[in-house]
Design a protein around this ligand. Structure first.
Ligand code: ADE
Length: 224
């Protein structure tokens, strides 16, 4: 997979993409991530990338030209399966969307800022608009990092234990059951006996029951 991120703040991605599983995914060649600074495509002598809204009102709008130049350049180099715009008014990200995106080859993610991008960018180029939740961030960068992280970890081979992505919370619309590790007894706080029983069938049934119980208590909406 290849992900191209179009942003005014490429350095914001250095942390999330240079640690742990996402770092290893790039080293293994499962994903290539390219961050592009939209400002580099401004034709303005002051490298301006935004302007006042025609409608008036507070806040600047990201201009169409530098974004259009960058998107056209990338599209001329390869075909993109989706061109995603991160915005609080997009569809809310969930595991099903991440699963679908993990099967794609080339993704582009445009990060919004200020009052957002000129609507013509959305109309002409964007194929998917994604929000990561009902709250407003300072910009789309953290949302793009969240989307990328949730998608990359699902690419086959990225998580070493193949079954582990399949047993995540949400993968079957259930939350994950509780987990324990050694010691079996810490200051009298004990691990449930069943997990020490060695009876795999019973353990599996217990996990299923716990997952269901947790979902019923915490996220009944997922059971509907
Ligand atoms: N930009 C600002 N807030 C956002 C959100 N919640 N999701 C995606 N992009 C955003």
């Amino acid at each position: 997979m290849r992900i191209d991120i179009l942003t005014l703040f490429p350095e914001m991605f250095q942390g999330p993409f240079s640690e742990s599983i996402i770092k290893r995914a790039q080293e293994k060649g499962a994903v290539e991530i390219h961050c592009h600074n939209i400002r580099d495509y401004s034709t303005n002598k002051h490298k301006k990338v935004d302007d006042y809204a025609f409608s008036g009102g507070a806040g600047m709008v990201m201009s169409i030209e530098p974004i259009a130049i960058l998107i056209e350049k990338l599209k001329a180099e390869r075909e993109y399966d989706e061109i995603i715009y991160t915005t609080p008014d997009g569809q809310t990200l969930n595991q099903s969307i991440s699963n679908q995106l993990s099967l794609k080859g080339n993704l582009m993610i445009l990060c919004g800022h200020y009052k957002g991008v000129d609507q013509r960018v959305r109309d002409q180029y964007i194929t998917m608009e994604i929000s990561i939740g009902d709250y407003v961030l300072t910009g789309g960068e953290l949302a793009a990092a969240v989307i990328s992280d949730s998608v990359i970890r699902l690419i086959p081979g990225v998580i070493s234990d193949e079954t582990s992505a399949l047993t995540d919370s949400f993968q079957d619309n259930l939350l994950a059951p509780p987990v324990y590790t050694r010691p079996a007894d810490y200051k009298g706080w004990k691990v449930p006996d069943i997990l020490l029983s060695g009876d795999t069938k019973k353990v599996e049934a217990w996990k299923e029951q716990q997952a269901y119980q947790r979902t019923k208590e915490r996220r009944p909406d997922l059971l509907k």
